[in-house]
Design a protein around this ligand. Structure first.
Ligand code: HEM
Length: 129
């Protein structure tokens, strides 16, 4: 029986299940597997990020723009909208598999917006380098 996303435990399950899919994905898994070495702390950070996003708890203080610009640099400016599309498909798939309700729609919308924002920033950043 699928539930609503109600608390940090739900967000943590979402994040763990999502990154299992990401890591196993043949097209985009390597970006993550070759960059993230401490998975426990990455998953904790991303749980903070999405919990912050949904429940306004002020736990995440990172800089996603800078993080993704660095990843783009590391992989020779190879990040493109298709890669963000694959990321979003897995995000939507995981949300729909595990949960129902308004917060599912909110997290789909926020990720879509953020993906566009990060991609535009990556293009902007390339002009500077
Ligand atoms: C809407 C889409 C995405 C969202 C919301 C998102 C969100 C995040 C966040 C919040 C972090 C942590 C940043 C920090 O504070 O250190 C992160 C890290 C990371 N993301 Fe994304 N991301 C998205 C798409 C992607 C895509 C498409 C890629 C593939 C290239 C990617 C690769 C990474 C990697 C490798 C890290 C780890 C960076 C590091 O620790 O050095 N992300 N992402």
């Amino acid at each position: 029986m699928k539930r609503e996303i109600q608390n940090r435990t739900d967000v943590s399950l979402l994040v763990h299940t999502f990154y299992d899919k990401i890591r196993a994905n043949e097209e985009i898994g390597f970006f993550f597997n070759e960059t993230i070495h401490d998975w426990d702390s990455h998953l904790e950070k991303l749980t903070d990020f999405w919990e912050n996003n949904l429940f306004a708890v002020r736990k995440y203080f990172g800089n996603p723009i800078e993080a993704h610009n660095k990843v783009d640099k590391k992989f020779n400016q190879s990040i493109n909208p298709n890669i963000f599309g694959l990321w979003l498909n897995l995000w939507f798939e995981t949300l729909d598999e595990l949960f129902v309700g308004e917060n599912v729609d909110i997290l789909k919308r926020r990720a879509r917006k953020m993906g566009t924002f990060l991609m535009v920033n990556i293009y902007e950043n390339r002009k500077k380098t």
